[in-house]
Design a protein around this ligand. Structure first.
Ligand code: FMN
Length: 186
């Protein structure tokens, strides 16, 4: 649930109704519909909801970094988090958060994805997009991901600039072919 439609006055009542209806857990996106996706997210309102319900709560909204995640846990009182755009912008974010929460995993799992590693995933994503989406939706879907990735990766800005005017998937295909894609299979 979000905190409400136009305001958050009934957030607790909504959570209680969801609990009464038998939900096993509840994810709270800590904004109203009117807030859209504008920062901030009001994680403290999740702590308010925690006061009135017993069912497990999951905090969501505006978690872009490991530091955001730790602050969200602290403010909301939730151990469990749900990642939206932050995970799209940085596919290694969940791994980084897990490493920060369980420090013994830091050595093996805290590393961010390098751009070459990510580029291999983008190429795989493009292959899936071409296999499953209508032709007129394909370039847009790639641009959506690059658009969020450029928050974290400067190279994604360059890639976004290169493909932003393309509407023909064949042009994107040529662009991919011109990139030196690393072999990251080993
Ligand atoms: C790629 C993507 C897909 C999403 N799909 C859904 C969905 O199917 N249903 C839904 O209620 N919210 C969906 N959301 C919204 C998220 O669940 C989340 O509530 C919202 O993005 C706010 O979190 P954020 O600030 O971390 O992005 C989606 C978000 C993203 C980025």
């Amino acid at each position: 649930m979000r905190l409400g439609l136009h305001d958050d006055r009934r957030a607790e009542a909504c959570a209680l109704a969801i609990e009464a209806a038998g939900a096993a857990e509840l994810v709270v996106h800590a904004r109203t519909k009117a807030h859209g996706y504008r920062p901030p997210a009001y994680w403290e309102r999740i702590a308010d909801i925690r006061q009135v319900v017993r069912l497990p709560l999951v905090a969501n909204g505006e978690i872009w970094t490991v530091a955001d995640a730790l602050r969200c846990q602290q403010v909301s009182g939730c151990q469990s988090l749900m990642l939206g755009r932050g995970m799209v912008a940085n596919p290694a974010l969940a791994r980084g958060i897990r490493a920060a929460m369980w420090v013994d995993q830091l050595d093996t799992e805290s590393a961010d994805l390098s751009w070459p590693q990510l580029m291999a995933l983008i190429a795989e994503f493009w292959r899936l997009v071409c296999a499953h989406l209508e032709r007129d939706q394909q370039t847009g879907r790639l641009k959506q991901w690059l658009n969020l990735l450029r928050r974290v990766y400067p190279q994604a800005q360059t890639a976004f600039d290169a493909v932003r005017t393309f509407h023909d998937p064949a042009a994107v295909e040529s662009w991919f072919k011109a990139q030196a894609l690393p072999d990251v299979s080993s």
